[in-house]
Design a protein around this ligand. Sequence first.
Ligand code: PMT
Length: 225
Amino acid sequence: YAPGLLSGLHLTITAGPTREAIDPVRFISNHSSGKMGYALAAEAVQAGARVTLISGPVNLPVPDRVHCIAVTTAQEMLEASLESTEHSDVFIGVAAVADYRVSDASDHKIKKSAETLQLTLVRNPDIIGTLAQKSAAKSPQRPLIVGFAAETQHIEQYGREKLQRKNLDLLFANDATATFNSDDICATALWDEDGSQTLGPANKNLVARQMLALIAERIRARQTD
Ligand code: PMT
């Protein structure tokens, strides 16, 4: 792991959960702590990169020399990602983005009344999918697009399906039950038709360095294609 591994490169990284309002005091979200995305941001700066971190609500300090854009909803994360990725060499989607939002969030606190309450949810935009669709894979204008997939079963199989369906360059599949809010991660890196490598289990900072080394390798592979 060389200190200058990523020098001259601009990375955009999403991290943490998104929150989707039900009413002014309630929301839908998930258990992402932001630890994995923040570890990648901190290690990428150490490796010489310029880093924009687009973060959902988390309780972590922004790492030194990282430019952080705080967002709340998936829609806000999409807008910030589209803008930052215009000038990025690499996009890494670590965020656990809410797949659905409440179709008609209430302007006022919902009062307790009936025994049951129904919420209608609508699909949120797929941030990484939108970015990957903008230009053909391997075209020089397209940043390297790196995804994550937290699965509870068939981790590698579902991960490879996501890599292909979302048209990504590299994906880190991991066990959702072990990774959310943990200090450690065990991930399987997946790329191309059959590229794969197991990383960890180890501390998220250590694994982040291995992930960045693989990202640098994918950039090199694309240049020599
Ligand atoms: O934050 P931590 O507590 O450290 O936990 C880390 C983590 C578990 C959040 C992380 O390791 C991880 O796996 N992140 C992805 C979570 C996930 O399940 O993503 P997904 O399978 O819903 O989505 C796959 C990919 O598409 C991800 O890169 C995601 O950022 C992206 N996505 C998903 C939905 C959506 N609407 N837009 C997206 O861009």
